[in-house]
Write a protein that binds this ligand. Structure first.
Ligand SMILES: Cc1ncc(C[n+]2csc(CCOP(=O)(O)OP(=O)(O)O)c2C)c(N)n1
Length: 587
């Protein structure tokens, strides 16, 4: 009869779910778990901040479709992880966060690192519990896992007191909880599917809005097949980008293209039917905040979501299909095979032409080698350098806007960026998780110089764990997006708390052992990328870019439309400021 402890049980339970790697930061409260990681040859990626460990578990799920696991110590380890867990919660990402906890025997005696962690995590998880008995660890883990991956996915939290982890138990006393997944997935009834197909078949300008529900249900193949069969273009939010290759006229990154005046002029109007596939209506569809509403009032909306309460969040939905996206698509495909669909080629051509135009680097920018570098040139060089297998992570306000407009994503899990938490600092952790999950792929993250400071020490994690990601710092010497917003609202002489310096992030990364590049001219970008990837080491490419440019003003200028929030005089540059490194500049 073997005697084991709670740490061993936890790792066995995770192993049974197929987990082979965990993202963690140590603490005495976790010792039995770390010991079990050694015994089971788990990959224990130890980070420099628990926020990064949580972001890595989140990023691992985003890039693989399977839950990532973060393990953080009692008290401050758990509070540090809150941002990462909240980020996953807001974007419905399946992840498991395990927290250490002070011993049960010391409850209410003011022990070290003790607070009500479950209460803290409850509003940002689908399930948060304490495990009080070691032999129940597999049961709780199975339940937590089921919550994480079923219905709308999301993060879960378990805290395990250290005396529970240390308690010796007889192996044969532990019940196993192995079969946890329900066998079938919900799909809408056949009449509703037929109704949806009738509407789609007659649409003139139909569009699919794909979201995380498409990726996490494993619908990549079904979505591609349905799009090809019906010739309905697929626009995707950050979790579903690349499910239909963006190098084809059927796949697009972001929903905003359907709102483009150029598209609407060329196609004779905006979308008349929208099929929402596991994408919630919110800021990214324009249904909240100050963004342009992308779903026209007179469009027919068909919404597929695994959670009934999600359907019709911001407006009437004409056909609501409660179901798993993959299974619903399979039913739609069967019905679509025996129908003919109206011709949408003019609509598709309009979208493809608008995308090409938005990505086009103006001639003067393409030939200009003067400092500072235009962000369109920088992000275009990156997009053209990477291949279809590469994974791109964008982090930063303007930076993610610039990169998002240039990237052409060619597969699921190959684009990661911000979601509804709008959480800066995900870049390096997401990229590291992507490299752990896909060691043979190129992983690049482009990060604003503000955001890169948030998890900069993870260069150390990258070096220690031999995770050769390439980090491009889009260094506009400030918190660019907020700076542009302040200028437009209050004027150029009223910016506050938004200026940074021409900091040598490359030299700082060198201190951690990274390969480094400092780029001041556009012609140096490509050689720097080549050297960085060839180095086989984590790399930092610090690029000095133009602080005066914002993607919003740039796009408005390109399409001859005045941006709504930014007065024209700002886009034109109407104030002079003293910037570090550049001296006096017009902003
Ligand atoms: C964690 C966090 N802190 C602050 C903000 C507010 N915020 C949104 S965009 C932005 C500026 C980002 O600057 P940078 O990372 O340099 O990227 P840029 O906009 O210059 O491309 C800030 C501070 C946020 N969204 N998240």
């Amino acid at each position: 009869m073997a005697i084991i402890n709670g740490g061993e049980l936890l790792i066995r339970a995770l192993e049974h779910r197929g987990v082979r790697e965990v993202f963690a930061l140590s603490g005495g409260h976790l010792d039995p778990i770390f010991q079990a990681c050694l015994d089971h040859d788990f990959r224990l990626v130890d980070t420099r901040h628990e926020q990064a460990a949580a972001h890595m578990a989140d990023g691992f799920a985003r890039t693989t479709g399977n839950p990532g696991v973060a393990i953080v110590t009692a008290g401050p380890g758990v509070t540090d992880a809150v941002t990462g867990v909240a980020n996953a919660f807001m974007d419905a990402i399946p992840m498991i966060c395990i927290g250490g906890r002070s011993p049960l025997r010391d409850e209410d005696k003011l022990p070290l690192q003790n607070l009500d962690q479950v209460a803290l995590m409850k509003p940002i998880t689908k399930y948060a519990r304490t495990v009080f008995h070691p032999e129940r660890i597999p049961e709780y883990l199975a339940t937590a896992y089921r919550h994480a991956v079923s219905g709308r996915p999301g993060p879960v939290f378990l805290d395990i007191p250290i005396d529970v982890l240390h308690t010796p138990i007889e192996e044969s006393d532990v019940p196993t909880f192995h079969e946890i997944a329900p066998a079938g997935r919900p799909v809408a009834e056949a009449t509703a599917i037929e109704l949806a197909l009738d509407v789609l078949a007659n649409a003139q300008r139909p569009a699919i809005f794909a979201g995380g529900g498409a990726w996490f249900s494993g619908a990549e193949d079904a979505l591609r097949e349905f799009a090809e069969l019906t010739r309905i273009p697929v626009l995707a939010n950050s979790k579903a980008r690349g499910l239909v290759s963006e190098r084809t006229p059927l796949g697009y990154g972001g929903f905003t293209l359907v709102g483009s005046p150029a598209v609407q002029a060329a196609a004779g109007g905006g979308p008349d039917v929208i099929l929402m596939l596991g994408a919630r209506a919110g800021m990214f569809t324009g249904s909240s905040g100050e963004r342009q509403e992308l779903i026209p009032d007179d469009a027919t909306v068909i919404q597929v979501d695994v959670e009934a309460e999600e359907i019709g969040r911001t407006r009437d939905v004409q056909i609501g299909l409660v179901g798993d996206v993959r299974e619903t698509l399979r039913s739609l495909i069967v019905g679509a095979r025996s129908r003919s669909f109206a011709d949408h080629e003019r609509w598709i051509d309009a979208l493809a032409a608008a995308r090409d135009e938005a990505r086009r680097v103006p001639d003067d920018v393409q030939t200009d080698d003067a400092a500072p570098i235009h962000q369109v040139r920088l992000t275009n060089e990156i997009a053209e350098f990477l291949d279809g297998d590469s994974i791109i992570v964008a982090d930063g306000g303007d930076t993610s806007g610039w990169m998002g407009g240039q990237a052409l994503v060619e597969g699921g899990g190959r684009w990661m960026s911000h979601g509804y938490l709008g959480c800066l600092g995900v870049g390096i952790p997401f990229a590291l998780a992507a490299k752990v999950a896909h060691p043979d792929r190129r992983v690049l993250t482009i990060i604003g110089d503000g955001s890169v400071g948030l998890n900069f020490a993870e260069f150390d994690t990258a070096v220690r764990h031999d995770l050769p990601i390439v980090v491009v710092v889009n260094n506009d010497e400030g918190w660019g997006m907020v700076r542009h917003g302040q200028i437009s609202k209050y004027g150029g002489d009223r910016t506050a708390g938004v200026e940074l310096g021409a900091t040598r992030y490359d030299l700082a990364a060198a201190g951690f052992g990274a390969h480094t590049e400092f780029v001041e001219h556009a012609s140096e970008i490509r050689p720097a990328l080549e050297r960085a990837f060839a180095s086989g080491k984590p790399a930092c490419i610090n690029v000095l870019s133009d602080p005066t440019l914002s993607p919003r003003a740039y796009r408005a200028q390109q399409s001859q439309v005045t941006p709504r929030e930014e007065p024209a005089e700002v886009a034109a540059g109407n104030r002079e400021v003293e910037l570090p490194y550049y001296g006096r500049r017009r902003l």
